[in-house]
Design a protein around this ligand. Sequence first.
Ligand SMILES: Nc1nc2c(ncn2[C@@H]2O[C@H](COP(=O)(O)OP(=O)(O)OP(=O)(O)O)[C@@H](O)[C@H]2O)c(=O)[nH]1
Ligand SMILES: [Mg+2]
Length: 358
Amino acid sequence: MTWVLLAIVILAVGAAALLAIRRRPRPSPPAIPPVDTAGSIPPPEAAPVPLFRRLSDGLARTREVLTRRLDGVFARTRIDDALFADLEEALLMADVGVRATARILDRLREDTTRMALTDPARLRERLGTHLIDLLRAPGPDLAAVPEEGPLVVLVVGVNGGGKTTTIGKLASRYVRAGHRVLVGAGDTFRAGAVEQLGVWAERAGAEIVSREEGADPAAVLFDAVTRARSRGHQVVICDTAGRLQSRKPLMDELAKVIRVIGRALPGAPHEVLLVLDATIGQNALSQARLFGEAAPLTGIVLTKLDGTARGGVVVAVCQETGLPVKLIGVGETLDDLRPFDPVSFVEALLAPEDAART
Ligand SMILES: Nc1nc2c(ncn2[C@@H]2O[C@H](COP(=O)(O)OP(=O)(O)OP(=O)(O)O)[C@@H](O)[C@H]2O)c(=O)[nH]1
Ligand SMILES: [Mg+2]
């Protein structure tokens, strides 16, 4: 009898354990296939994350700082000086900058009088409109690829800002658009720079022109543009060594690089993009000013927006430099470079937390 009871108990426990194992939820597959660090690129359709969501995720830290504060500001019951003071603080904390913040507040005060606004929620809408206005700069698109020769893009900036990474991502965009792309290894200064660019070129499906460490960067980039012309590449993207904006000889070297590229192809470089690291906040402004004195900048790439709560610096950069922000970096993979679009940017920045998740 005891044996029979014991057998029944063992059977029951076994069956329960089996059921528990079968019911355990299976881990769902990752939404985004990881980029293979060995070099292959997932095709664009393999990353089914909507643009808004991707941008919005990238801006999460800025949104955290800005949106939470704005929620507090606009939850007030009336529009008064206290509301404007809180709003000013929120914008400054997100690194929108003193000048741009003052401008936005002036416009909102005007709106309040002109439109007889009493509801703070309406003021929030107006904030979005003014931010978009301030971010709209002439010529935000990259120059078109010319019919008769390669488009030459030169990428400049301080050390570690994200130049080489941006070149890899940009090369990939052009390759996906069906262009033959060559990258020029103009950073002959830092050990390992050529190899790093080589890895990105391979990932992107671009070719590379390089010389030994210590070679003259102007000569390397002359070679790159000349080779692209003779072999029919449509896009050349030139890397340069990171340089401190305060070091005159390095800034002179940049001027020489630009002159020599112009000898290889009159009219080139068509784009001179300054890479600015968004995490440095307002320091980006002095970099933009000094690089602007040394080189004919055509636009700005703002990188590492994903790693900072200071995304509002985009507004300050547009305001203070008068240059268009053409591209933004929101991560370290090939797919994390976006053309800058003020409307989606502001929507992603001001979206309520739940809207940003869908
Ligand atoms: N999170 C994040 N990291 C980035 C982004 N862009 C670049 N990085 C990282 O920033 C670091 C420096 O990037 P590089 O591309 O080597 O910078 P660089 O300007 O070429 O640096 P130098 O060649 O030393 O002047 C790397 O670890 C990149 O992965 C971005 O948009 N988001
Ligand atoms: Mg580099």
